[in-house]
Design a protein around this ligand. Structure first.
Ligand code: CP
Length: 305
């Protein structure tokens, strides 16, 4: 692939190559000297039109570990506020000799739109409710680290606001390509009808979903993307779909708990679950750097230099 727009475009072999490359970079970033000189001749622009902590810092660290030159752009403090378009903004940045663009944008399709109009490589760091490919890659990589390389027969449930979640869609594509069984669980109002057509199981009872799975990926309710009058209140949501220690301990097996962050502690997950020995939430964040190094490195290999 020429750009990383979505997991939908990747093959199982592409994903496995990214994992093997990330394995090497994970060794690098655990050394006293965490850098390699691989991308000394590459310049990358990180364009964030929407808030981010993990993805923005993780891409920036990945680029620095690869010795790339970087520029960071935040829409909130830019001339976008004066009415400049996305393509004008990016073309102005590219005229400063930028080779690759990492972009987060609130509009689904923004990364693809950009990739068709500019001469640089594009990595989607989350486009609205569409895809968040590097999140799905680091999530699957973290499952692989905990449960082994063979995803066949692994059961993963994604719990929560499926309707507004780019993490859910990218995870579904990624886990299915790797051979895992995927279930989504949430209130009927937050599970879109088309999801059943993707070949995932749908469950509206959290206990049944947790009894079925090996891994539960607990999503945040995306309050910023919805009109609350159509959805259960947060209190109702927590009562029906919140995971607490009592429920977790009542299961007859030790499932793995994941969360892409940011966590709304006490809503979708309690602190004692998020911080328990069954949680791999911080390992996910750690793995994000190695995965993003791998994606950037592999794409940069296609740039004539
Ligand atoms: N998981 C994730 O995308 O987090 P941020 O929004 O903080 O980047």
């Amino acid at each position: 692939v020429k750009h990383i727009i979505g997991i939908e475009d990747l093959t199982k072999a592409d994903i496995e190559l990214i994992f093997k490359t990330a394995d090497n970079f994970k060794q690098v970033i655990n050394r006293p000297i965490k850098k390699v000189p691989s991308l000394r001749d590459i310049t990358i622009a990180n364009l964030f039109f929407e808030n981010s902590t993990r993805t923005r810092l993780s891409f920036e660290l990945a680029e620095k570990r690869l010795s790339a030159d970087i520029v960071n752009f935040s829409a909130a403090s830019s001339s976008v506020k004066k009415g400049e378009t996305l393509v004008d903004t990016v073309n102005n940045i590219l005229s400063m000799k930028v080779d690759m663009v990492v972009m987060r944008h609130p509009n689904p399709g923004a990364a693809k739109f950009l990739s068709e109009r500019i001469g640089a490589k594009v990595i989607n760091a989350g486009d609205g409710t569409h895809e968040h490919p590097t999140q799905a890659l680091l999530d699957a990589y973290s499952i692989r680290e905990k449960h082994g390389e063979d995803f066949k027969g692994k059961k993963v449930v994604i719990v929560g606001d499926i309707l507004h979640s780019r993490v859910a869609l990218s995870n579904i594509f990624c886990l299915q390509k790797l051979g895992a069984e995927v279930m989504v669980c949430g209130p009927t109002t937050l599970v879109p009808k088309f999801i059943g057509e993707l070949g995932v199981k749908v469950e509206h009872n959290l206990r049944k979903a947790l009894e079925w799975c090996d891994v539960a990926n607990m999503l945040r309710i995306q309050l910023e993307r919805q009109d609350m009058k159509y959805f259960p209140s947060l209190r109702e949501y927590t009562m029906l779909f919140g995971l607490d220690k009592k429920l977790l301990n009542s299961l007859d097996k030790k499932i793995t708990i994941m969360h892409p962050g940011p966590i709304n502690r006490g809503v979708e997950i309690t602190s004692d679950v998020a911080d328990s020995d069954q949680s791999i939430i911080l390992q996910q964040v750690e793995n994000g750097v190695a995965i993003r190094m791998a994606v950037i490195y592999l794409l940069a290999g296609q740039i004539g230099r």
